[in-house]
Design a protein. Structure first.
Length: 462
């Protein structure tokens, strides 16, 4: 249970449901991808049509970055009074017994303003969380590195500038556009030095241990290496499952060499990775968006590559090996500093693809409550990155039969064969911001289990 704590949550209006539907999803955040523009357009359309849902819409032009929202609909509550825990037991208990949720079901609901657990069903029991473990990964990364941290990919030149090394810093969002900009800067620097021919190496030594996830080759994740472009995707997709290359780092180096050649610099590529010259100097660099933006993208789209990257960034910040084991220990240690209920927790990876992960419903709800704490503004993007029910990310097609929850719930999904989970936030009828988590194991089928989880969380909606 998250200890009671006066979080000084600002009073709002009892019409927060409408605010949440139109205002929360419209709030700008640091992920500058076009999603925010689409959300604002959608929210405006709902307000014009009395809440009629017209779909998620397409991605518009990129919206300018704005502060991560402390939007009233996300982060405020009217009071600390409201339904008693026994009322929630009567509401949620029967829904949690739905056979679609399999043999093992756990749940927790926390009043964010007070830290009081309003509902618990085996809430402290460790369960396989699937992708809801990303909430823990993101909280750990933000608390260790801060929301403004950026991940660098650099070009290091030997003293004669004729030997270059593309050095991976662990940025899982490096794409073709940024690789081209990096090539532009590199060629400009080479021309200033009169260099027209280079030998290009690539350095992936930042990460240690196995590069392949324990699930093996899988469309849901690329080999976990410190250098990749386009997440090693072999198609034109930018999110979701896709065929992946077996050698993301080598492919990124080949692509970069091709860009150098396109710009008039002869470039040959080393056949295997190696470390950059110790006496080398950085010739050019490109940086990821701030960590807050990476967190939002990882949670909204359940991006496994970003999640594993941020787990390793946490390990690096802690001075631990940037491996699956080192990252897992670093995440656990970082969460321990936040005084969270970690009994039985295990972080075998950062993405939730590993069935050896274990977290409790109490821990997930407590993580979300911590992210809403005004004393922890660095964690805010954990909340703003949660998908919006019926509208964005992995909840885009959910809540079709759980009215009126669409637009009013933000939550992270978790899905593996036989495992379904949901953890998020909602403002209840009394105006309290609630953090909830429901975990189910041995579920007979994904779709009925997801619908049952949607009904559980929808029961918290005014």
């Amino acid at each position: 249970m998250l200890e009671p704590k006066a979080l000084q949550v600002t009073a709002g209006s009892v019409v927060l449901g409408l605010v949440l539907a139109a205002g929360v999803v419209a709030a700008a955040g640091p992920w500058d991808s076009g999603q925010r523009t689409a959300e604002r357009e959608w929210a405006a359309a709902r307000s014009r049509t009395s809440g009629a849902h017209h779909g998620a819409g397409g991605a518009g032009p990129a919206a300018p970055p704005a502060p991560a929202p402390s939007a009233p609909g996300v982060l405020t509550a009217l009071s600390a009074s409201g339904k008693a825990p026994e009322d929630l037991r009567g509401t949620l208990g029967p829904l949690l017994k739905d056979p679609a949720l399999g043999k093992t079901r756990t749940g927790a609901v926390i009043d964010v303003a007070t830290g009081e657990r309003l509902y618990g069903q085996s809430a402290d029991r460790p369960m396989t969380p699937a992708s809801t473990v990303k909430i823990a990964t993101m909280v750990a990364a933000l608390s260790a590195l801060g929301p403004d941290h950026r991940i660098a990919t650099t070009v290091v030149a030997a003293p004669d500038a004729r030997r270059l090394t593309l050095v991976g810093g662990g940025d899982a969002t490096l794409d073709g556009a940024r690789l081209r900009a990096l090539a532009d800067d590199t060629v400009r620097a080479l021309r200033e030095r009169g260099v027209t021919s280079v030998a290009l190496g690539y350095d992936v030594s930042l990460y240690t241990g196995p590069r392949d996830h324990p699930i093996g080759p899988n469309d849901n994740i690329a080999p976990v290496v410190a250098l990749m472009a386009g997440q090693g995707r072999l198609d034109a997709s930018t999110s979701g499952p896709a065929p992946r290359t077996d050698d993301p780092a080598g492919d990124a180096a080949d692509a970069f060499a091709g860009l150098l050649r396109d710009r008039g610099v002869k470039a040959s590529v080393a056949g295997a990775p190696g470390k950059a010259a110790q006496d080398g100097k950085t010739l050019a660099a490109t940086y990821s968006v701030p960590l807050s933006g990476l967190v939002e993208r990882a949670l909204t789209e359940s991006d496994n590559d970003i999640a594993e990257s941020l787990a390793r960034q946490t390990a690096i910040a802690a001075g631990r090996p940037a491996s699956f084991a080192g990252a897992g220990q670093a995440v656990q240690d970082q969460l321990g500093k936040l005084e969270l209920p970690l009994t039985g927790a295990r972080f075998a990876d950062g993405s939730g693809l590993n069935r050896q992960d274990r977290v409790s419903a109490s821990l997930l709800a407590s993580l979300l409550a911590r992210a809403a704490d005004p004393a922890r503004p660095e964690l805010r993007s954990v909340l703003t990155g949660l998908p919006v029910a019926g509208f964005s990310g992995t909840l885009r097609g959910r809540y079709t039969d759980a009215a009126p929850a669409a637009g009013l719930i933000r939550a992270k999904t978790g899905t593996l064969t036989g495992v379904n989970a949901l953890a998020g936030t909602v403002v209840d009828a009394e105006g309290r911001l609630l953090a909830f988590a429901f975990l189910a194991g041995s579920t007979p089928a994904a779709d009925p289990a997801q619908a049952a989880l949607d009904r559980l969380s929808a029961a918290l909606v005014p």
